[in-house]
Design a protein around this ligand. Structure first.
Ligand code: ATP
Length: 328
């Protein structure tokens, strides 16, 4: 039976990513367009439990499309992992007359949203907001494009130093379980090697390849390493190992860290967030629940939250092939 939705709440949960504000704005403005009430929940599920909820109108979200982070703040909530916590959260939503929820976050936030939706028969729609691009069912997550551009800009700068001093740089980028940022920023910045969690290159092959590069006349080299790469135990050990075995190289390490999560969203992320926010509200109006908004082949689609959470977004073999060819 189709529900009659009058008031939608939006929140951001898990790690922040550029484009979350643009998505909040899109949800709030779509509600205004369709004459629905809208509320913002601060600090993700923890704020939901505590009833940290405010009304939001179209004017409340002006001039946030260009901002990184999230104006609604984000948090991780242990209490929401318990039935008691989720009951409190449901009570708070009832108190504020909220009929449906849009969760902007990663797979943990979606899992929480799905459990909540099933327990209380409450409509929930997810928007993928994470720089890792590791969510199944969407070609891109919000913040990924911005993070890539940030990483490439910094790696370009490191390259200047690497070539001025004939050095070998290991640059660690984010991605504990996923190599999307490493692979794409590595290709974009012209890295000699790219190490990702999905493929264990092996130390011997890495040494061979670096030695080959040196012999072919390359005076400096750049290796982009995803945080979760398994070739070494961490980027510093990896650099030590290479320096010990290839003493002709002057090796340095640079860890990019949280700078990749911040900053103004790229135009791509702003537009994607706007499209996803509109779709999230329209899905709720159409009576849908437990769906994630995604983009596939540049079409906005709705994917079952269950699949988005259970399956993995795989690195394409074609990208690995391109990276191999480029490092010849
Ligand atoms: P990121 O990709 O940045 O890690 P995420 O959305 O995956 O983002 P998590 O910390 O995994 O971030 O999850 C965010 C919140 O979602 C948790 O703090 C918790 O409140 C809720 N959550 C996650 N998993 C569950 C679960 N199994 N049951 C209930 N709530 C959950």
């Amino acid at each position: 039976m189709k529900r009659f939705i009058k008031k939608i709440a939006v929140m951001t949960s898990g790690g922040d990513s550029p484009g979350m504000n643009a998505a909040i704005r899109a949800v709030v403005r779509s509600c205004a367009y369709y004459k629905l009430e809208c509320a913002g929940i601060y600090r993700g599920y923890q704020g939901m439990i505590e009833g940290d909820i405010v009304p939001m109108s179209a004017r409340d979200v002006h001039h946030i499309i260009q901002k990184g982070g999230t104006v609604l703040k984000s948090a991780r909530s242990k209490e929401f992992r318990t039935v008691e916590g989720r009951k409190k959260a449901h009570e708070a939503l009832k108190k504020f007359n909220i009929d449906a929820l849009v969760v902007i976050g990663g797979d943990g936030s979606f899992t929480g949203g799905m459990i909540f939706s099933e327990e209380f028969d409450f409509p929930v729609i997810g928007i993928p907001g994470t720089i890792d691009n590791d969510i199944f069912g969407t070609d891109y997550t919000l913040g990924y494009d911005t993070a890539l551009n940030t990483a490439v800009e910094v790696i370009d700068k490191i390259r200047d130093t690497a070539s001025s001093h004939n050095r070998l740089f290991f640059v660690e980028v984010m991605g504990r379980d996923s190599g999307f940022i490493a692979l794409n920023s590595g290709i974009g910045a012209g890295a000699e090697e790219i190490l990702i969690p999905e493929e264990d290159m092996g130390l011997d092959r890495l040494l061979d390849s670096l030695e080959k590069s040196r012999r072919s006349g390359k005076s400096s080299s750049l290796v982009v390493v995803a945080e979760g790469d398994k070739t070494g135990s961490n980027v510093f050990d990896l650099a030590n190992y290479v320096e010990t075995n290839l003493p002709q190289y002057d090796v340095r390490v640079s860890v990019l860290g949280h700078m990749q999560r911040g900053g103004a969203p790229s135009c791509f992320d702003r537009v994607l967030a706007s499209r996803m926010g509109v779709k999230a509200v329209e899905l709720l109006i159409d009576g849908e629940t437990n769906k994630m908004v995604g983009v596939q082949n540049n079409e906005i689609v709705a994917v079952d939250l269950e699949n988005a959470v259970k399956e993995h977004h795989k690195i394409s073999a074609e990208m690995l092939r391109i990276s191999d060819i480029m490092s010849v």
